[in-house]
Design a protein around this ligand. Structure first.
Ligand code: LLP
Length: 416
């Protein structure tokens, strides 16, 4: 459920009419709903009620400080993958001891900073990373809390670019090598083993792949216990899908119930790292129709947002709903490709959409709160869009639109 609804024929974000936001902040513009973010976080937190647990929001989905701050105030933890994300979380008021640090290529400097601030856990993805983390922690005279990310070799049944739990993906430690990796971690003097984690992919729309992975990890946890390696927390990663079109992903409560059943009385703390399921439907990208172009073979609606603002359609062939902000009946509906001004044929936001629109109209691309702004770029020297967060009847600018001079910030020309 989200808080973007038509009221009196106009799309609103909570109680604010989107055209009013556009009148102040222009287009293209990402608009987020605080109430939706809050609701989605709480649904996960409540679903895991009764278990010792921590919801670690995956910062990569949407790392705007206002988004992180809303979640931090609710008590959320965070899953980060870079020192940049770490600093964002701290800047937004997130608690360091609720941060887990994922990613296959952590640098020494990133490890050092994360140790200094006292994060909850490093999700270690290889033996080489174990050795590096041990050395960085030893040099500081501290012990690093670690979890090993295990690649359980299950097929998440999702787009190949966002499936991460198969043998031939770069992620995690092969489950067949997990025992040896844990033994090595135990023997390294500056590491403390806390957990075991996995993340098998993103936009999963069924439970079996999650449960299959969980089964394999529980077998491993029991086997490790026999060797006196006690796992205290199990981090199941993110990946629960959302409804973009007709998907019917499982509800967090169903996922949590299934987890609880399988866990039995092992007494594990459970961590999850949802990104898309918290932020995805909490945001829209609003864009204005510049031109309608009728080619013999196709009709194009050329809008002022492009693949640099939202790359998911181009990159994954992703379908996101595109709706008029003020639906009208005075023009006939036609079938359009919704395209941006970028010089690539792949620059499209939606294809073959039936819309009754005219130049100047506003369109909202739904489900753009996750992997929207965070994946945006300046391609074609386009300043990145403004970001606005609505809280009840107030809209706050939470990131100013980039200016033209922002485009060359840090650049210099050679001397004359
Ligand atoms: N944890 C780890 C270790 C991850 O790699 C990811 C996402 C998450 C959690 C959060 O997954 P989520 O709950 O959001 O599915 N750009 C792609 C998605 C890439 C996901 C990468 N990892 C897209 O737009 O579909």
């Amino acid at each position: 459920m989200d808080h973007f609804n038509l009221q009196d024929g106009v799309l609103h974000a909570e109680a604010v009419a989107i055209p009013d936001i556009v009148a102040t902040h222009g287009t293209p513009c990402f608009i987020y709903s605080r109430a939706t973010l809050t609701r989605h976080y709480r649904v996960f937190d409540e679903a895991l009620g009764g278990l010792e647990h921590l919801v670690c929001y995956a910062v990569k989905a949407n790392s705007n400080l206002a988004v992180l701050n809303v979640l931090a105030r609710l008590g959320s933890g965070f899953d980060i993958v870079s020192v940049g994300e770490l600093e964002r979380v701290l800047e937004a008021g997130g608690a360091p001891d609720k941060i887990v640090f994922s990613g296959v290529g952590k640098t020494e400097a990133e490890m050092a900073r994360a140790l200094d601030v006292g994060i909850k856990c490093f999700n270690v993805e290889s033996l080489a990373e174990l050795e590096r983390l041990n050395a960085v922690a030893a040099a500081k005279g501290v012990r690093a809390p670690v979890s090993l990310r295990i690649n359980p070799d299950v097929d998440a049944g999702t787009h190949p670019y966002i499936a991460t739990g198969l043998k031939d993906n770069k992620f995690g430690i092969d489950i067949a090598e997990a025992d040896a990796a844990f033994e090595r971690a135990r023997d390294l003097p500056a590491l403390d083993i806390f957990g075991l984690d996995c993340h098998i992919g993103s936009q999963l729309t069924t439970l079996p792949p999650f449960l299959d992975a969980l089964d394999r990890l529980l077998v491993l946890i029991d086997r490790l216990a026999e060797r006196d390696i006690q796992i205290r927390h199990l981090d199941l990663g993110g990946g629960l899908g959302i409804r973009y079109q007709a998907e019917e992903p499982p509800l967090p409560a169903a996922y949590a119930d299934a987890i609880k059943q399988k866990l039995g009385d092992r007494g594990l703390e459970i961590l999850i790292e949802p990104g898309r399921a918290i932020a995805g439907n909490a945001g829209v990208l609003v864009t204005r129709v510049e031109f309608l172009k009728q080619q013999p073979a196709k009709h194009f609606a050329i809008v002022d947002a492009a693949m640099n603002d939202l790359i998911r359609p181009t990159l994954y062939n992703a379908w996101q709903n595109i709706v008029p902000v003020q639906p009208r009946e005075d023009v006939p509906a036609q079938r359009y490709d919704i395209v941006g001004p970028v010089c690539e044929s792949g620059d499209w936001l939606g294809r073959d959409r039936d819309l009754a629109i005219a130049p100047g109209d506003l369109l909202a691309v739904r489900s753009a709160g996750a992997y929207g702004f965070t994946m945006s770029s300046n391609y074609n020297s386009r300043p990145r869009a403004a970001e606005v967060m609505v809280d009840c009847e107030t809209a706050y600018l939470v990131r100013a639109r980039e200016s033209i001079t922002d485009l060359w910030r840090g650049e210099t020309v050679l001397p004359a």
